[in-house]
Design a protein around this ligand. Structure first.
Ligand code: SAM
Ligand code: SF4
Length: 338
C-alpha cells in the first residue's frame, strides 16, 4: 500500500466547527491496551481488543499529524490505553517533535512504566506529563487499579518532578465511598511541590458501571477543601477544561474537571484520533469516521482532509446532559483514550 504525503508545508484552512470553535488540540490514543484495570475505566476481565494490524502504525500517525498540523493543530496529547505500553513510544514522540507547527507534546499516563522511560521521553522531546493516581495508599491502589504497581507509579511521580516535568498534573477520580476520604491528602501534595492536583468527576462509559450514586461532584470536593483552605480562583482561558485554584503558601494548585455537573463544551478545542484510526469529535460522541480505512484504501491527503472536516462539521454544540449520557452507546474509556 502506498502512502502519499503532499501537505506538510501547505497551510490549509483551520478546523472551525459550526459553532465557531477552532480546533488546535489533537489527542491521539496510541494503544487500547493497558497494564492496569482501573475500576472506573474497564471491567476486571479486560475488554475485546482489536488486532494489532488494526492499530495505526507510527507512519500512519505521523502522516495524520502532519495533515492536522497543516490545519492548525499545535498541541498533541498521547494517551491510550496506557501509552507507555506502545513499543518505541519515544521514537514516535521524536518524529512528532520534528513537525514545526506542533508546539506542545503532552502525555497522559498511569505512571507504571514512567520512571524506566523518563530519560528517553525527555530526550525525545516530550513537554508535559499528566499522571493518573487515585489513591496514596498502597492497599487501596490494588483495589482501584486491580494491580500491584503502586510503588512504580510513585517512582514515576518523583522522577517526573526530578526531570523537570513541572507543573506535573495529577489526575484523580474521586469515587464516593472508595477514595473520597483522600481529597485533602491529595491537596497536601501540592503544598511543597509544583503539582496541579486535578480532581475529575466520574464519567459514564461502556462497561464502567457508572451510577450517579458513585459520582462525587466538584462542588462536594470544593466543600471539603474549603473547610481547611481558602481556594483562590485563577484566570481561566476559554479552552480550559479545568477550573484551577491557588492556595496561599502552596507551590502547586488544585483543579476541578466538572464534565458531569458543569460541562465546558463552549470552549472545546479538541479532537480525538483513536488507536484504530477513527476520528472522534467529542469524548461522548459516537459519530466516528475511520481515517485508517481511508488511508489503507489509498486516500490522498485532500480526501483525508475532507473526512476530518466532515467530522468537525458534525460536532454537536454540547454533549448530552448527565441524565441521558450514561444511556447512550459509546466505547469504553480505555478504547477512546482519556
Ligand atoms: N492509561 C492512562 C492513564 O490512566 O493516565 C491514559 C488513559 S486514561 C483513559 C486517561 C484518563 O482518563 C485518566 O486520568 C483516568 O483517570 C481518566 N478516566 C478513565 N475513566 C474515567 C471515568 N470513567 N471518569 C473520569 N475519568 C476517567
Ligand atoms: Fe488503564 Fe488508564 Fe484506564 Fe486505568 S484509567 S485502566 S490506567 S487506561
Amino acid at each position: 500500500m502506498s502512502i502519499s504525503h503532499n501537505v506538510t508545508s501547505q497551510t490549509r484552512p483551520p478546523l472551525i466547527d459550526t459553532f465557531g470553535r477552532t480546533h488546535d488540540y489533537l489527542r491521539i490514543s496510541v494503544t487500547e491496551r493497558c497494564n492496569l484495570r482501573c475500576v472506573y475505566c474497564m471491567p476486571a476481565e479486560g475488554i475485546d481488543l482489536v488486532p494489532r494490524a488494526a492499530i495505526l502504525s507510527f507512519e500512519e500517525i505521523i502522516r495524520l499529524v502532519n495533515l492536522f498540523a497543516s490545519m492548525g493543530i499545535n498541541k498533541i496529547r498521547l494517551t491510550g490505553g496506557e501509552p507507555l505500553i506502545r513499543k518505541a513510544l519515544p521514537t514516535l514522540i521524536s518524529k512528532i517533535r520534528k513537525i514545526p507547527q506542533i508546539k506542545t507534546i503532552a502525555m497522559t499516563t498511569n505512571g507504571v512504566l514512567l520512571s524506566k522511560n523518563i530519560d528517553a521521553l525527555k530526550s525525545a522531546g516530550l513537554d508535559k506529563i499528566n499522571l493518573s493516581l487515585d489513591t496514596l495508599r498502597e492497599e487501596r491502589f490494588e483495589k482501584i487499579a486491580r494491580r500491584q504497581n503502586f510503588s512504580d507509579v510513585m517512582a514515576g511521580l518523583h522522577k517526573s518532578l526530578e526531570k523537570g516535568f513541572t507543573p506535573l498534573k495529577i489526575n484523580m477520580v474521586p469515587l464516593l465511598g472508595v477514595n473520597d476520604d483522600e481529597i485533602l491528602d491529595f491537596v497536601a501534595l501540592a503544598k511543597d511541590k509544583p503539582i496541579d492536583i486535578r480532581f475529575i468527576e466520574f464519567m459514564p462509559f461502556d462497561q464502567n458501571q457508572w451510577r450517579e450514586e458513585k459520582l462525587f461532584t466538584y462542588k462536594q470536593m470544593q466543600e471539603i477543601i474549603s473547610k481547611k483552605y481558602h481556594l483562590i480562583a485563577s484566570d481561566r482561558s476559554p479552552n480550559d477544561v479545568a477550573t484551577t485554584y491557588n492556595i496561599d503558601g502552596f507551590i502547586g494548585s488544585v483543579s476541578f474537571i466538572s464534565s458531569m455537573t458543569n460541562s465546558f463544551c463552549s470552549g472545546c478545542n479538541r479532537i480525538r484520533l483513536l488507536a484504530d484510526g477513527a476520528i472522534k469529535n467529542c469524548l461522548f460522541s459516537n459519530n466516528e469516521i475511520s481515517l485508517r480505512d481511508a488511508m489503507r484504501q489509498g486516500a490522498t491527503d485532500d480526501d483525508l482532509e475532507m473526512l476530518i472536516r466532515t467530522s468537525i462539521k458534525k460536532k454537536k454544540e454540547a454533549h448530552d446532559p448527565m441524565a441521558t449520557l450514561h444511556k447512550l452507546p459509546n466505547r469504553s474509556m480505555i478504547k477512546i483514550g482519556g
